[in-house]
Design a binder for this molecule. Structure first.
Ligand code: GTP
Ligand code: MG
Length: 263
């Protein structure tokens, strides 16, 4: 199984981000809180290293709260302004503006911020939350934003939405299934049965006592029977992954801060 996705618009967006990074004061990196390691793009990290940065662990509602807190401590210890958010909730997103103010240089008039991250991590949702209107297009699939676009956040901040960017090659097999599960890679780019299996194997090994059915049991219970009695595992796997990604089986953080060094 191989999960890869690096369409032309990503390469282009990467080049445009490289041009804009010199023009902004702040970079807001939006990361899915369930995968604070696999959910980062090292190339974006390198590119934005010299800018004031806010790390946003988004989708905190789907991650394990205790583990998210440890990640926040980890990022703070590495010198980042780090917060956890639910990108769909106004009061939560407001804290991104507060964090930007804390890191931004105040002596300049208008502050400009670039919002970057992997596909589907919630960048456009956060921008809409900041603006308090649905200005940027959002959707529950990877690759929605295709252009870089400025939005004005009164009184004195401008934010730029950018397309989500994956790494050209996801080398690590674990990172592949995790990124597929959190929706950073489109459904058409992977085998849902293999991803469902990897997810279940992970839960089995890491969360003793979790009541997560395996794919076969799920398909059976939900009645994914084909004519003739065989089970349609492929279709069931898509529904299973959607349920897992939406937190229906519980809140999971797939990476621990102590696994390996980060940041
Ligand atoms: N559960 C949950 N869903 C969220 C959260 N933030 C955003 N979403 C949902 O995630 C989906 C993707 O959000 P977007 O804002 O379009 O993501 P994006 O990073 O702009 O995606 P691209 O433009 O494709 O890179 C949408 O369906 C949002 O409603 C969150 O904190 N929790
Ligand atoms: Mg977007």
């Amino acid at each position: 199984m191989s999960v890869q996705w690096y369409p032309g618009h990503m390469a282009k967006a990467m080049r445009r981000i490289a041009e804009y990074v010199a023009l902004v004061d702040i970079v807001v990196e939006v990361i899915d809180a369930r995968v604070p390691r696999a959910g980062r793009n090292p190339a974006l990290d390198r590119l934005t290293r010299n800018r004031a940065r806010v790390i946003v662990l988004n989708r905190e509602d789907l991650a394990d709260g205790t583990i998210t807190r440890r990640w926040l401590e980890r990022f703070a210890a590495a010198g980042f302004e780090a917060i956890a958010t639910d990108g769909r909730a106004q009061p939560s997103v407001k804290r991104v503006a507060e964090a930007m103010k804390r890191v931004g240089r105040r002596e300049r008039g208008r502050a400009r911020a670039l919002v970057v991250g992997l596909p589907n991590s919630g960048k456009s949702s956060i921008i809409n939350g900041l603006l308090r209107r649905a200005a940027a297009k959002t959707e529950d699939r990877a690759g929605v934003t295709r252009q870089l676009q400025w939005f004005r956040l009164p009184p004195d901040i401008e934010v730029m939405d950018t397309p989500g960017i994956l790494v050209p090659k996801i080398a690590d097999a674990d990172a592949q299934w995790k990124l597929a599960l959190v929706g950073a890679v489109p459904l058409t780019r992977f085998d849902p049965e293999a991803i469902a299996e990897s997810f279940h194997r992970w839960v089995d090994a890491h969360v003793p006592g979790a009541a997560v059915p395996d794919l076969a049991a799920f398909a059976q219970a939900r009645g994914f029977a084909r004519r003739g009695g065989a089970i349609d595992l492929h279709t069931a796997a898509r529904v299973y992954l959607r349920a897992a990604g939406d937190g229906l089986f519980g809140r999971f953080s797939f990476e621990m801060p102590d696994d390996a060094p980060t940041a």
